[in-house]
Design a binder for this molecule. Structure first.
Ligand SMILES: *Cc1c(COP(=O)(O)O)cnc(C)c1O
Length: 501
């Protein structure tokens, strides 16, 4: 009997993977299967299902790195089994993280001596970095209010309405009111004048963005610093600034060294940057650095006695991988200042090729800036027949993932396409994308306008849903209808995608 079982088993191994029974049965989805399957079959099944995902390198929706040198891939695989938190066991890895913190702090002009350790930490991404920076501001503000015998239960934070979703998360998770400066058509970043107007005694910080997620534009941190210094003086506040340099932190120092946005401005107390965006590392690494020890309240640092040594930690998570930190160190020493500069210049040139190609079609308004993160964001000059959402949908057929979305308050009626230019997006891909967009435009021009059908739908839906419209009984103007159509598409598309990052 034992023998017949062996024959059955070995018979299974003789089958090609695709003839085996493992590919004939439905995949387990809800309950862990009873029995194991051969490793080749498990690999093949999962690999095949993943083929249906988009191709990362054609994913122009994301800033996040999709290509690294094979030497670094090797280092990553070799360290994939190291838990970062075991600092006692892997002291060299900890040392590499500290070196990264020092180099990044120097890059951002932190006031630390040449051989002095900077204050900062590696995180999973800018989101965790922002939670930590936000917590430090909240705690500092609370401590000060307590000392003054004033209420400390209504902290708020001032940002532009263009902030990335992680700031909304911070506000909700850590109970801080988010006071957003509204945008307007044609001005898609935080207006420093309006931001400073919103500042009051409960403001824990003003968060400026270096590289707005929506159009890559740098906010004017220098002006913000000036205006806030003035307000602080008049009102007796000491409201600080945080700079969310998730995407721009590895652009500005190389391309615009004279632009003052960082620790050169006295009110800037902390800065975050995503190592996995223009830091050129695969996803899961970010950084937060503080101006000085005084800006990171001591009671947020945990001192763990780990295997006999003191281990200070300030992160939200405990265990995590080491590979990304090692990979960040690789990029910093492999590329150096000059290497990063060349790559960022190249990205900017490719963004220019794309921008000029789009301008030549005569169909787009470009709303990204020449100085900023290398991306191209544009809206259609005429959305009365077709929308950017259709362009985005149609580009999918050519393999391109180009997101379309609407702007936040008060520019919701503007819908844009955004193409992020990364290191691995070459000039020939840029040219190819332009010609594919031209084809898509010709294609949708030939189609009957979906807008009139949609606006009929939308109007019908409005009758039952939109109180405002019912109450006012207003005659809808062309722009209103366009805004509705854009909204209709947005809902449709939002249902399918997770948005931009
Ligand atoms: C990407 C981004 C974030 C979030 O960063 P992750 O590294 O993805 O967590 C926050 N702010 C801005 C401006 C961003 O571009």
């Amino acid at each position: 009997m034992v023998l017949s079982k062996t024959i059955e088993d070995s018979g299974e191994h003789l089958h090609s993977t695709f003839a085996s029974r493992y590919v004939r049965t439905p995949l387990p989805r809800f309950t862990m299967p009873e029995k194991p399957i051969p490793k080749e079959a498990a690999y093949q099944i999962i690999n095949d299902e993943l083929m249906l995902d988009g191709r990362p390198r054609l994913n122009l929706a994301s800033f996040v790195t999709t290509w690294m040198e094979p030497e670094c891939d090797k280092l990553i695989m070799e360290s994939i089994n190291k838990n970062y938190v075991d600092m006692d066991e892997y002291p060299v890895t900890t040392e590499l993280q500290n070196r990264c913190v020092n180099m990044i702090a120097q890059l951002f002009n932190a006031p630390v001596g040449e051989n002095e350790a900077a204050v900062g930490v590696g995180t999973v991404g800018s989101s965790e970095a922002i939670m930590l920076a936000g917590l430090a501001f909240k705690r500092k503000w609370q401590n000060k209010r307590k000392l003054e015998g004033k209420p400390y239960d209504k902290p708020n934070i001032v940002t532009g309405a263009n902030v990335q979703v992680c700031w909304e998360k911070f506000a909700r998770y850590f109970e801080v009111e988010l006071k957003e400066v509204k945008l307007s058509e044609g001005y898609y970043v935080m207006d420093p004048v309006k931001a400073v107007e919103l500042v009051d005694e409960n403001t824990i910080c003003v968060a400026a963005i270096l590289g707005s997620t929506l159009n890559g534009e740098f906010e004017d941190v220098k002006l913000l610093n000036e205006l806030l210094t003035e307000k602080n003086k008049v009102m007796g506040f000491d409201t600080p600034i945080h700079v969310d340099a998730a995407s721009g932190g590895f652009i500005a120092p190389f391309l615009y060294p004279d632009l003052e946005w960082d620790f050169r401005l006295p009110l800037v107390k902390s800065i975050n940057v995503s190592g996995h965006k223009y830091g050129l590392v695969y996803p899961g690494v970010g950084w937060v650095v503080w101006r000085s020890k005084e800006d990171l309240p001591d009671d947020l640092i945990f001192h763990i006695n780990y295997l006999g040594s003191d281990q200070p930690t300030f992160t939200l998570n405990f265990s995590k991988g080491s590979s990304q930190i090692i990979a960040q160190y690789y990029q910093l020493i492999r590329l150096g200042f000059e290497g990063y500069k060349n790559i960022m210049q190249n990205c900017t040139e490719n963004a220019k090729v794309l921008k000029e190609g789009l301008e030549k079609t005569g169909r787009f308004n470009i709303i990204s800036k020449d100085i900023g993160v290398p991306l191209v964001a544009c809206s259609l000059k005429d959305s009365s027949k077709h929308t950017v959402f259709e362009v985005s949908e149609s580009l999918r057929r050519f393999g391109w993932i180009v997101p379309a979305y609407t702007m936040p308050a008060n520019a919701e009626h503007v819908a844009v396409l955004r193409v992020v230019i990364r290191e691995d997006f070459s000039r020939s891909l840029a040219e190819r994308l332009v010609s594919d967009i031209e084809r898509v435009l010709a294609e949708i021009d030939a189609r009957p306008s979906q807008v009139s059908t949609i606006s009929a739908h939308v109007t019908a839906a409005d009758e039952s849903q939109n109180r405002e419209v019912k109450e006012k009984h207003v005659q809808k103007s062309e722009t209103e209808i366009q805004a509705r159509v854009i909204n209709y598409w947005k809902r449709l598309v939002d249902g399918k995608r997770t948005g931009v990052c």
